[in-house]
Design a protein around this ligand. Sequence first.
Ligand code: TLP
Length: 344
Amino acid sequence: MFIDLRSDTVTLPSPAMRAAMAAAPLGDDVFGEDPTVNRLEALAAERLGKEAALFVASGTMGNLVSLLAHCGRGDEAIMGDAAHTYIYEQGGAAALGGIHPRALPTLPDGSLRLEDIVAAIRSDDQHFPISRLVCLENTHNRAGGAVLTPAYTAAVADLAHSHGLKLHIDGARIFHAAVALQVEARELAGGADSITFCLSKGLAAPVGSVVCGEAGFIRRARRARKALGGGMRQAGVLAAAGIVALEEMVERLAEDHAHARQLAEGLASLPGIAVELDRVQTNIVIFSLDRPDLSPAELIARLRQRQVGLLAIGGKRLRAVTHYGITAEHIAAAIAAFAAVLCQ
Ligand code: TLP
């Protein structure tokens, strides 16, 4: 069996999801008439403590419609230089929305310095774009799944609001953060004006993400979704799996976190591998390979021959992600495969 640690996006729907998809009552969601989409949106809004929600095709679409709903052309969005929105979304907000990204250093724990945010907010001067939005990411992908606390998020929200800016959270893995911190997801979304989370990563639904925020914001995001071609008609067939994801798949994320720790500790003992164990807080393990005789690409190729999948994320860094379908036995087998490659 292939032990696929490349991403939690590879998860397959559970039997309960397949059954719910087959049985879901459907309608035309662009008319607002798909009862299953409506149920998912109400459930998501309630879980995130927001007024309303919008089902979208992907995390990328969720972030993009959020930025389009908050910002106009020529407005500026402040974000980390390691943020998914900055690195991995094709610059969509700039390309499609004319939104100028202002990148600040992302700290190793996934946060932005409050002083850096304040310093980046533009004064009222015709030379400058208008600062409109701050974006955070929780958990932080390139910071190895690090979590941002409710206190930090509230501090950024207060700061943004006191300068007339909004706060968006890319919460693709917000439920991982909630489980790791043992808080409700709504506490992590507290002061944010919008939050996107993904159903199709650790929560194992086959497709989709949800954007949550106040009703007027969601109306604007819905318009943006339609313009992007994201009006999905009988989307309840997908939303049904999302409902199961929210109701049945959140608590089990603790297993994925335990497996990530098991993997990180196993890797830390191998020659040429460096893992910062403190940074392994959820289901992502980022480590570096420092061996003159082996490049990250070669390590990946050799592990693939041994039925283990990983991703290279630049330089000497590699990433492994645990998820639904990966067991403690798979992790033990993966560590044995690493040992066979690195110690031969
Ligand atoms: N991340 C993917 C890749 O794009 C890197 C992964 O394998 O981790 N926000 C965050 C924090 C994400 O990690 C991702 C996906 C997204 C947004 C985008 O979600 P999708 O892939 O649904 O567009």
